[in-house]
Write a protein that binds this ligand. Structure first.
Ligand code: PBG
Ligand code: ZN
Length: 326
């Protein structure tokens, strides 16, 4: 019988030759959560393997990452003091500005991206300044401080800015602020299509960023909307984003492919906390082969069209790519 497909599957070397997609260390960005203090390293219950760390611990972590072949990180700050406008994010002595400086000084070869948002810095936990009635986030007031926040990160020496607040016009505002401060070569990776997702649950424990009232549905997207998802990313491309993003990843691979087919910009996915936690817990309970399911999942993101994968799995995936048998 003519073996139309199996002929090229019978030999392992040939299977390798005809493999279409390969994961690499260069695909990954690893998220880090930074708290004030020193000698502080605390694992988060809902995300085994993910820690809040003080800056000195973060510097050691960068050493570990480099040994694994990982050179890209994205930073989230957890300030000691929060207020209504997120002042810690608007100051050169704030947690993120300090962290960027320290990391780039100790590890100039690390590529440091900063998450740009206000939910970790505001006492109400929303992603910007609230309007007078305190009902929702005021778009234009938030654009102004997003620009300021971006310039603080830039002055601290960050390599890329990643605005995650889903404000309308945020890329235009941030680009203008960066350009007028002289940072014309600093790239922006926009969280361009970000859904109001229940998959962010564990992250909000780690980043201490749950909204104190309401939810984020007036700025993040409705998971039901596919056309709007494409529109959001296309708009950010027009505004000058250098890299687009879909977040979360797993339940939104159709959106990843839509954007890949409609934009020539590099595309990232954010493999979020809830997605990570599901695999971790199932693996720990012996329900799945964690390593294999993880690699299959990461491969799926790339096959769907992602060029970059922001993932808490990056260290484990790197170990496997480095030859750890699974
Ligand atoms: C903040 C932000 C969130 C995540 C990344 N940046 C949470 C949110 O929007 O509430 C989620 C990441 C994750 O779940 O791993 N704007
Ligand atoms: Zn936010």
């Amino acid at each position: 019988m003519f073996k139309r497909f199996r002929r090229v599957r019978l030999n392992a070397k040939l299977r390798d030759l005809v493999t279409e997609i390969k994961l690499s260390h260069n695909d990954f960005i690893y998220p880090l959560f930074i708290k004030e203090g020193s000698g502080f390293k605390k694992e988060i219950d809902s995300m085994p393997g993910v820690f809040q760390m003080s800056i000195d611990e973060i510097l050691k972590e960068c050493e570990t990452l480099k040994k694994l072949g990982l050179y890209s990180i994205i930073l989230f700050g957890i300030p000691d003091v929060k207020d209504s406008v997120g002042s810690d994010a608007l100051c050169e002595h704030g947690i993120i500005a300090k962290s960027i400086k320290a990391i780039k000084e100790a590890h100039p070869d690390m590529f440091v991206t900063s998450d740009l948002c206000f939910c970790e810095y505001t006492d109400h936990g929303h992603c910007g300044i609230l309007d007078i009635e305190n009902e929702t986030v005021n778009n234009d007031a938030t654009l102004k401080i997003l620009g300021e926040q971006a310039v603080h990160h830039a002055k601290a020496g960050v390599d890329m800015i990643a605005p995650s607040g889903m404000m309308d016009g945020m890329i235009t505002a941030i680009r203008e602020a960066l350009d007028s401060a002289g940072f014309i070569n600093l790239p922006i990776m926009s969280y361009s299509t970000k859904f109001a997702s229940a998959y962010y649950g564990p992250f909000r424990d780690v980043a201490e960023s749950s909204p104190s009232f309401g939810d984020r549905r007036s700025y993040q997207m409705n998971p039901a909307n596919r056309n709007e998802a494409l529109n959001e990313s296309i708009e950010d491309e027009k505004e000058g984003a250098d890299i687009l993003m879909v977040k979360p990843a797993l339940a939104y691979l159709d959106i990843v492919r839509d954007i890949k087919n409609n934009s020539l910009l590099p595309l990232a996915v954010y493999n979020v906390s809830g997605e990570y936690a599901m695999l971790k817990i199932a693996g720990k309970n012996g329900l799945i082969d964690y390593d294999k399911v993880m690699m299959e999942t990461l491969l799926g993101f790339k096959r769907a069209g992602a060029d970059i994968i922001i993932t808490y799995h990056a260290k484990e995936a790197a170990e496997i790519l480095n030859g750890r048998e699974i």
